[in-house]
Ligand binder design. Sequence first.
Ligand SMILES: Cc1ncc(COP(=O)(O)O)c(C=O)c1O
Length: 460
Amino acid sequence: MNAASFTFETPMIRPHRLGLINKFGRQTMQQNLRTEVFGVPVERLIQRYGSPLFVTSEQRLRDNIRRLISSFRRHYPEVIHGWSYKTNYNPAVCNILHQEGSWAEVVSAHEYERARSLGVPGSRILFNGPAKQAGILQRAIDEGAHLHVDHGDELRLIESLAAAAGKVVELTLRLNLATGYSEPWSRFGFNLESGQAREAAHFIAQSPHLQLTGLHCHIGTYILEPRAYAIQVEKMCAFMDAMEEETECHIQSIDIGGGLPSCNALHGVYLPPEQSVPDLDAYASLIGETLMRCTSQRLERGRARPCLILESGRAVVDDAQQLITSVLGCKRLADGRRGVVMDAGVNLLFTAYWYNHAVHLGRPVPGPEEDTALLGPLCMNIDVLRQSISLPPVQPGDCLVISPTGAYNNTQWQQFIEYRPAIVLVHSDMQVSVIREREDLASMMDLEICPEHLQNFHLE
Ligand SMILES: Cc1ncc(COP(=O)(O)O)c(C=O)c1O
């Protein structure tokens, strides 16, 4: 068999698949062209930085955070944003947000140390997470970070560290509660309805080394129903009032976590995100008005309104990044679908497990569209970006632009089989620079150590 025989495809009978019936009609890929990413030609980016390539926009990030903060400040006077590091902790991304005034919201020793190494002072760090160990807690206490307590053993550990240091440590209690609109995230924090949170507040009140000054609750992620937050705020405020009454604590902040959706298409959601995701102001107005109403009586009691803390992650960064990926090869799958092997897969786009990302052609490709499976480069059956997407006959060398990809991919990506690619930033003045180098063999093997007796042998 010579190589030329592969260019001919034997005719076959292909089953006709309707897929999900979409009353909006199918958009053709020809209409779905994206030859520029954030104003920079795709061809130029690939030539200069290779493929695959993550492209991040400084201006979009700045616009997003400014819009978030101004929307909330229109409805509530004091608002602080804590940047959720786990969403994207690339230093350039974090520093853009810190320049815009965001604090750091971290959930591990690694993230805490990262924030400090970027120059964020302890007093501007919100320290969440279920697994903070003594060493990092000690440092956070010394540096005046805001500790969000997750469970009873952690509470007792913090108390012992505070006692040993002869300090009074201010604490924020993480709560979990049911809103009736979203699946409760009950594994983090103290449960409100069962009385566990109240017990923790009383424990803090009787300790000479602890002081309760804040309440935190993250009800979940990609919350499509603004009323979920209204219920959350009502419950948190009722708890605040009760604990202030019972224990004489003074709550200064209500942290409602993150969870605002981005404009990405969740699996199984029929409507496109432009229609299924409520406008940011629907959340800001309902949350702000609820908090204003629930805290109005505090003023009569001579207490200031608590500051509102947001930890929005995906809504801030998701659409500020896109992924360019190239076709490596095409094949016919046994079920008749066309399969296209790309140079990016679930190793880079972890969020493909729950999103149908938007896919655009990076250059025009003539020819009829057909049902195509987008396969990743990993030698693993699970590496499928899209089981079914309508594509024209793309060939090796053609490229696709996948978006939005800014949230959770550059933190949850895997160093598995393939090298991870570069990330570039399109600056606000349209210059482009690398903000994370492509991995190579040296960076991949950096931490690996081969004992002496296993080195320098020759396989005969
Ligand atoms: C405590 C906390 N805050 C903020 C976030 C960010 O959430 P999102 O990206 O949904 O806004 C998360 C994500 O899980 C979280 O656990």
